[in-house]
Design a protein around this ligand. Structure first.
Ligand SMILES: NC(=O)c1ccc[n+]([C@@H]2O[C@H](COP(=O)([O-])OP(=O)(O)OC[C@H]3O[C@@H](n4cnc5c(N)ncnc54)[C@H](OP(=O)(O)O)[C@@H]3O)[C@@H](O)[C@H]2O)c1
Length: 340
């Protein structure tokens, strides 16, 4: 016997990828419901070789359903997730709504799978921000060996991380640059994204950091260790899929780059591609559709006592969202629900 599974936000970037990954990994599904807003009623989405018609989340009855993947943004999640959880359906949420709630576990299975047991307080499990998920997969095995004190990270984030409307904005703006009279003004982003980079992801906070930068610090602490200091600069780049991160790490203990490379080679979810030659590293276009967090450019930082630099790339719609959510469901299935 398998699970009765709901995907809320099935017409979005993350929801569609969620359906792909559930099918790809042969998650034991007995019945599946693809939900979105009333606007999308009847829209067809793919689930393996099947086609599902999208149903209206607003009128959906969650009783008897086992797991609901939510990928609909924080505002709509606040309205609908408590109702699903109340009916005994475990919510795995992609929005930021519950990530910092002490009664909700924030899970990256390669890093803190055992924290999943805290789900029962609210029947909700949070999925991290896309830029955090790939970062912590790379940091955790190094932290276990040499104890990370501080991380300085600069991100190069793809537009698909902002949703399907942002993906359209990059596409239309890029085309519009070449066709007289068809220029597209910024609408989702505050400045032109085509052929440009924007040093702002999410909104500004009072101290001048952006919420995305704050999220990376807060989530890394919650997932790995509250004593790790993280300072981030998050930048949106004209890439459709695949977030990249330049990461500088300061450790308590010395960690040789060769040993770091070996640790990362053996770490779950990590693939090391690090040849010191032209092209001997991974770029975002190469990570699309892959499950791994790729680590390249591993090198000592000799300007500080125990420093290391890394280049970390992953598919933001997969490890950064849908894959991580499905992995959470797999752990929940093995440890708690025990169906399939
Ligand atoms: N993209 C990423 O890399 C990423 C990574 C981590 C987390 N997330 C989070 O995942 C969530 C979804 O992101 P996305 O990139 O997939 O966004 P998206 O492409 O804009 O899709 C949004 C989805 O939510 C649905 N939706 C919106 N408001 C709704 C409502 N009131 N009732 C029912 N359905 C509603 C939309 O349905 P309609 O088509 O009917 O409007 C659509 O299916 C967000 O919370 C985002 O922060 C995204």
């Amino acid at each position: 016997m398998g699970y009765k599974v709901v995907v809320a936000g099935a017409t979005g970037n993350v929801g569609r990828e969620m359906l792909n990954i559930l099918a790809e990994r042969q998650f034991p599904v007995d019945e599946i419901a693809a939900l979105a807003s009333r606007r999308s009623l009847g829209t067809e989405v793919s689930f393996g070789d099947k086609t599902l018609k999208t149903r209206d989340l607003d009128s959906f009855d969650f009783s008897g359903w086992d797991i609901a993947f939510f990928a609909i943004g924080a505002k709509a999640t606040k309205k609908y997730a408590p109702n699903a959880a109340k009916f005994g359906c475990v919510v795995i949420d992609n929005s930021s709504l519950y990530r910092y709630d002490p009664a909700v576990p924030l899970i990256v299975p390669e890093v803190n799978a055992s924290a999943i047991m805290g789900y029962s307080k609210k029947n909700i499990i949070a999925n991290p921000n896309c830029s955090t998920a790939q970062l912590v997969v790379a940091l955790k095995p190094l932290h276990d060996r040499a104890t990370i004190k501080r991380v300085v990270v600069s991100t190069y984030q793809a537009v698909s991380g902002t949703g399907k409307a942002a993906t359209d904005e990059l596409w239309n703006q890029t085309k519009g640059m070449y066709v007289p009279g068809q220029g597209v003004a910024p609408s989702i982003y505050p400045k032109q994204i085509a052929f440009n980079v924007i040093p702002q992801c999410d909104t500004f906070m009072e101290d001048g950091t952006t919420r995305e930068e704050w999220k990376m610090a807060a989530e890394t602490k919650k997932i790995i260790d509250t004593s790790i200091k993280v300072t981030a600069t998050c930048v949106r780049v004209p890439v459709f899929v695949g977030h990249s991160e330049a990461v500088n790490i300061e450790f308590k203990d010395f960690l040789d780059e060769e040993e770091a490379r070996e640790i990362l080679r053996n770490a779950p979810g990590v693939l090391v591609v690090d040849k010191r030659e032209d092209g001997g590293y991974v770029t975002p276009v190469e990570c699309v559709g892959d499950y791994a967090t790729f680590v390249s450019r591993i090198r000592q930082d000799s300007t500080i006592e125990n420093g290391l630099n890394l280049w970390v790339v992953s598919d933001n719609l997969r490890k950064g969202a849908a894959l991580n959510a499905v992995q959470i469901a797999e752990v929940l299935g093995q440890r708690v629900l025990k169906k399939g």
